[in-house]
Design a protein around this ligand. Structure first.
Ligand code: SAH
Ligand code: SF4
Ligand code: F3S
Length: 446
């Protein structure tokens, strides 16, 4: 512990929720070293960028940011610059070679070595560690929560991924799948509940394959959900991401039994064509996926489903694309993240398949998917007019000072005129109108 004047650290985070959670672990480690977070990078002693490699443009953005950090370092030569996370793992040599201003490079499993690496830098060397681990979960580190609303927090329950989808860089940059000790997950939930948090999201690349031995028994994801949901009935429990091949009826039944487990499932489909799903090595067919949609509708009729869709994967034909469109119509997603396939070096797709759908076709198919999904999302919101939802109030709406915004259990954003309620409280809102992405309503006074 350094008792002198706190040093300042500025952290920028890109990529998925896992990176957001990791930046909170890193902040906790840095706090112990006498660093405080700052929002002003020009005043920072240490600038860190937590990076993502999922698509090429994610990496392009980071190179752009490194140009900016270099300029800051030119003005403040004492400032240290570190690249951490998935791109650091993938491109450690290139980062060091191309960016002379980078002092530190840390992969996602090496954050505990940050204090030693900072010392290395102080003694005039670069601090580099990109070893992947089979065990690291940072289970014992209490993250410093950085979500602005002080109501919601991510809890990482597993790291890495064993699935080897043909297009995906994650298994290479995050290593083997490992599940976190349930005791540390539960104590984190209790801790957050005591601090007044109202919503936690259990996160991992494939939460349904959570698997951890406890007292001679194997704890699966449904068991973990059950235990976590019982800690504080006022606390909403969310989770992401579910993998269609592993989403079990047990999980759906556990959700149905616990009203505080949110009625929302993020179930990335990627493609509606069995042939493409097979090429992607996703481990399920179109029929299996549709069966999971039916199971969700059966066990949780009020749930909303969201997804990820990737268009233009190797060998995708117009017919495959049409199957994706028809699956979108069937699933009636409330929302989707939609991407063009981006080849990632070293993956099976890059090594063995042809990225043979031309850019123009990828763009066109993506636009068709976006157009259809936007229509469905908007129609879905319209269907909610007249319904009443319990909303967790998060804060003032970005568009109007007179309105609050919050979310319902389904994870839809609800906007309503301010009244006596305050952020952090639950309130019943009757929906009167909607836009493509938002529900608009009025508080029902009781
Ligand atoms: N673990 C999750 C997804 C993690 S990555 C799952 O299996 O569903 C988030 C999303 O990024 C993926 O669902 C996919 O739609 C997209 N993605 C992953 N690799 C990609 C690539 N090479 N090109 C384009 N999109 C990609
Ligand atoms: Fe990537 Fe597939 Fe693992 Fe998701 S399940 S992280 S898409 S390899
Ligand atoms: Fe990106 Fe790494 Fe997440 S590649 S999507 S930040 S696991």
């Amino acid at each position: 512990m350094n008792a002198s004047k706190p040093k300042k650290c500025y952290i920028e985070t890109y990529g998925c929720q896992m990176n957001v959670a990791d930046s909170e672990v890193v902040t906790s480690i840095l706090n112990e070293e006498g660093y405080e977070l700052t929002q002003d990078m020009t005043k920072a002693d240490l600038i860190l960028v937590n990076t993502c490699s999922i698509r090429e443009n994610a990496e392009q953005r980071v190179w752009g940011r490194l140009d900016v950090f270099r300029q800051i370092k030119e003005k403040n030569p004492h400032t240290k610059v570190g690249v951490i996370g998935c791109m650091a793992e993938r491109l450690r040599e290139k980062v060091v070679e191309r960016e002379k201003s980078v002092d530190l490079v840390l992969g996602p499993d090496t954050y505990r070595s940050l204090p030693e690496l900072l010392e290395e830098v102080d003694s005039g060397h670069k601090g580099i560690n990109t070893l992947l681990s089979k065990e690291e979960t940072y289970g014992d580190i209490v993250p410093v929560r950085t979500h602005k609303n002080n109501l919601s927090a991510f809890i990482s329950i597993m790291r890495g991924c064993n699935n080897m989808c043909a297009y995906c860089i994650v298994p290479f940059v995050r290593g083997r799948e490992r599940s976190r000790d349930p005791e540390t997950i539960e104590s984190e939930v209790r801790h957050l509940s005591q601090k007044g948090y109202k919503e936690i999201t259990l996160i991992g690349q494939n939460v349904d394959s959570y698997n951890r031995k406890k007292g001679g028994k194997t704890l699966r994801f449904a068991d973990l959900l059950e235990q976590v949901a019982g800690i504080d009935h006022e606390m909403r429990i969310r989770f992401a991401t579910s993998h269609p091949k592993d989403l079990s009826d047990d999980v759906l039944k556990t959700m149905a039994d616990h009203p505080n487990i949110c009625r929302h499932i993020h179930l990335p489909v990627q493609s509606g064509s069995t042939r493409i799903l097979k090429a992607m090595n996703r481990g399920y067919t179109r029929e299996w996926y549709l069966n999971r949609i039916d199971a969700i509708r059966h066990h949780l009729p009020e749930a909303e489903i969201t997804t990820d869709i990737m268009t233009g994967f190797c060998s995708e034909t117009e017919e495959d694309h049409k199957q994706t469109l028809s699956l979108i119509e069937y699933a009636r997603y409330d929302f989707a993240y939609m991407f063009k396939y981006s080849e990632r070096p070293g993956t099976k797709a890059a090594r063995k398949m042809n990225d043979d759908v031309d850019e123009q076709t990828k763009k066109q198919r993506l636009n068709e998917i976006i157009k259809l999904q936007n229509q469905i999302g908007a129609a879905n919101k319209k269907n909610s007019i007249g319904k009443t939802f319990t909303v967790l109030v998060e804060g003032t709406s970005k568009k109007s000072n007179n309105d609050y915004f919050g979310r319902n259990s389904q994870n839809q954003v609800v906007v309503f005129p301010k009244n006596r309620v305050k952020p952090g409280e639950y309130v019943n809102v009757k929906i009167e109108n909607s836009t493509s992405a938002t529900l608009l309503g009025k508080v029902i006074e009781d």
